[in-house]
Design a protein around this ligand. Sequence first.
Ligand SMILES: Nc1ncnc2c1ncn2[C@@H]1O[C@H](COP(=O)(O)OP(=O)(O)OP(=O)(O)O)[C@@H](O)[C@H]1O
Ligand SMILES: [Mg+2]
Length: 269
Amino acid sequence: MALDVETMMTPDPKAAADRSPVLAMHRVTKRFGAVEALTEVDLELRPHEVVALVGDNGAGKSTLAKIISGVLQPDTGVVEIGGEQVAIPNPAAGHALGISTVFQDLALCENLSVAANIFLGREIRASKHSPMDIDGMELIATQILRDLTITVPSVRVPVRELSGGQRQAVAIARTLTTRPRILVLDEPTAALSVVQTAEVLTLIERLRSMGLAVLIISHNLADLRAVADRIEVLRHGRNNGSFDAGTAAPEEIIGAIAGARLPSRPRWA
Ligand SMILES: Nc1ncnc2c1ncn2[C@@H]1O[C@H](COP(=O)(O)OP(=O)(O)OP(=O)(O)O)[C@@H](O)[C@H]1O
Ligand SMILES: [Mg+2]
């Protein structure tokens, strides 16, 4: 597989000009037996946009992330990518549509190097039966991390030697090798120190400037208000408010998470 890092890291001018939704979900419902995890949920993501998805435990956030990434299928509702209705029957189909997800467990291999993790399952070989091009992968991994201003001691160190923030950054860098348009991050700053959190938030801003649409799930409102453009609230599996992250008061957002219905926000009335 050949990767053009230059192209990968350059903001897509077409994406910058086109602010129509890259992802649109309409009236998505998902049941697990008697539990209705999502009820007629709407969500839109645009290029160059960071959208935060918030809600109490069990509100349906991870279920929605799994539907976007193809891990779960909705019972009813419509998912559109680039304006076209799609089915996402599995994560491979999601990747093919330009959707990458970093789940909370990161799914990194502790004993493998940073470079090996970034290329896991997509190793570079001259031909199908050639040995892996380790030098080539290390070179490209170094370039990717440098372009994202991610600092690791070396791309040769095993992931077990990295800090939590570095691991999160490597997990995000890894998703970029498939050149996604949409990146879903489930709790990317949970369990990180203040400094590491700031680094991950800076990385998310860099991804936005590259033209990606980023959906970030988190319980940390301060982080989200710092990085997100828009905050979408789920409550008991339903949309319960959409807020401009720059202007909404924290009490308003907390009210929507906890159950207040604000008459000034007609979206869910
Ligand atoms: N695989 C499953 N089988 C049965 N029920 C499930 C399954 N996955 C999620 N649920 C239920 O669906 C609801 C939504 O769960 P989900 O994990 O999406 O919540 P969440 O908003 O991500 O919560 P948290 O903040 O705790 O991560 C919960 O009631 C949960 O118990
Ligand atoms: Mg969750």
